[in-house]
Design a protein around this ligand. Sequence first.
Ligand code: ADP
Ligand code: ADP
Length: 230
Amino acid sequence: MSRLSIRQVGKTFPGNRGKAPTQALQPVSLDVVDNDFITVLGPSGCGKSTLLRLVAGLETPSTGEILLDGVPIHGPGADRGVVFQSYTLFPWLTVQKNICFGLREKGMPAAQQKEISERFIAQVGLRGFEDHFPKQLSGGMQQRVAIARALANDPKILLLDEPFGALDNQTRVLMQELLLGIWESARKTVLFVTHDIDEAIFMANRVAVFSARPGRIKADVAVDLPHPRH
Ligand code: ADP
Ligand code: ADP
């Protein structure tokens, strides 16, 4: 169970070296309920990444507050799994060790780490690649590892920032279907940021549409699932 409450959260980046401050996000409010798959859709620069980074705890809001299950967030935490467009794997760790990273940090026994990582390796279709290093994998495969790593910690919510933006069209469709399958079976709450309208509508049961910078929510639309592609 999880519920994300974004309450009047705005962000202004201070200007440095004489530059004017940038209001990236006007105060926005958004409630993401259990098992929602919500996409945040908006033009480049509207503050989508900023919103996601705020929820991830990588930025601090200038106004408002963010609650996860009623508790204000302070900084990053294992209760939020994050996937970025640039795969951000640890290049010196194998697929399995990347996926186990958070579990090892928590001090989980090795046997249990292995069991969990094997489950997610299978789920993202990477069996046989356990001992590969990120640079030996294609972009799509690296993103599979990143998704498995985010899920392995059993986060309350999965946050994805244009996760398939760097992939070719064919791979992107495969990865969208993979993620939808995971969402349907794992029943995770998902917040997914994209500027791609097709992707936003295909993926989500709810789409929050942002205006151009400084972003604010212009529409919040329920979408029926599932969406057959063909
Ligand atoms: P989007 O993800 O929708 O493309 P971003 O959240 O990345 O938009 O950026 C929103 C606005 O905030 C942009 O004008 C961007 O240049 C600005 N911005 C983002 N991060 C910073 C930062 N760390 N410092 C200053 N300005 C920033
Ligand atoms: P991407 O690797 O960019 O996600 P694909 O998933 O289509 O794109 O994979 C590209 C190639 O990588 C495939 O043709 C296949 O040879 C190899 N590959 C990807 N995933 C697997 C897998 N689970 N098992 C074996 N080979 C794979």
